[in-house]
Design a protein around this ligand. Sequence first.
Ligand code: SF4
Length: 404
Amino acid sequence: MDVGKLFGLDKLDGILGRIERRPLRLYEGQCLRERDRTVECESCASHCPVDAIDLDSKVEVDFEACIDCGICVRLCPAGVFESRLSEDTFLGKIQQKLDDSDAIGFSCAKQLEEYGREGSFPQVELPCLGRLTETMLVGAAAFGAKNIWLDLRGCEECDCAVGALLAKDLVVAIDRLLEAWDHQVEFSLAAAPPELAQGATEAESAPAGETEEYDRRELLTKFGREMLAGGLGLAEGRIDRVANVFDPPSDEYFTYRLPRRRELFLRLTKKIGGPEKKVILADGLPFYGLELDHHLCNFCGNCATFCPTKALELESKELTAELKFTLSRCLGCDLCLEVCRPDALKSAPRIDLGDIFAERTGSLSEQQYYKCEKCKQPFASATERELCDFCRLREEKLQDDSWS
Ligand code: SF4
């Protein structure tokens, strides 16, 4: 008798097989709409080229329709989507290409199939150019790329043309960021690779249409050791992720989670080196500053409770409370601005690169606590009111109602 069949293991195997083949893992509890029902974000669904994302009840993906382009992975400001083709995998490929060259190109699978590979630019294959992330571009710079080509062959006619538009915007932003970082890289956005300046290292040309296959053990050894040596500090336990495995599922639905992509991005910026202090315009960059009007903040802690990455934290001390902000952890989802009832928070137009490089946590405000006369809950107030906001509003409402 087949013991596996008896216990239904054959069916279980089939189910696991189907789950395994899913290109994405979803952290639904990170979705901004799920954390606050008033939020209207639909970045993922509105950019999905095959309408595979449904936001009606909670974020859901139709895996039959999904073409695994990775645009949702790139765009979601809360890190809801994690792709089986992880950031680590792409960084491994980027680093491998840059072993023998200081030029690198980013192409999609369709481009490589239709037009082949270009000799002077070792190309990293993405599912779509829309999957390109700031981590990959900064990673390429950190691994020694002097020339980066964004392959735009055939993009205008492609059904996923939105992917190329997103990639172009990203390249412009990262170009500006690297310049501010005093790190020189030539970017080219074109349907052909640029002529390399004399002296630039050219790589061996790969045969047209060659698919990139990596021996897992080789990649783990090479990437893991070199990342460790390069100061990226990937612990041995995490290197397994290069093999495209997702994090083990968590029991908690609403978590505070810094996406792996951001984690790597911060480590790679360190590898480039950074200024102790350099204030630049935040516009378009993957960094977001915050300002607080401490006259309006009542220290309700909503912003810290809702923040998906713990970029904001409220620390209660004996007599005071402090609202802290770690710029490097902020993904710019703006959820804190939405949930701040007194409108005390707003985006800061400028950011300090030094804060990012040092992953510094700054204080937005520290205030004395008062005890609400009515509910006895602690609250902060610059105007020394006797009631917390909640009780004050209720009193006002009761007074209004008594006149009507
Ligand atoms: S982009 Fe992310 S946060 Fe926005 S709706 Fe989609 S899953 Fe939710």
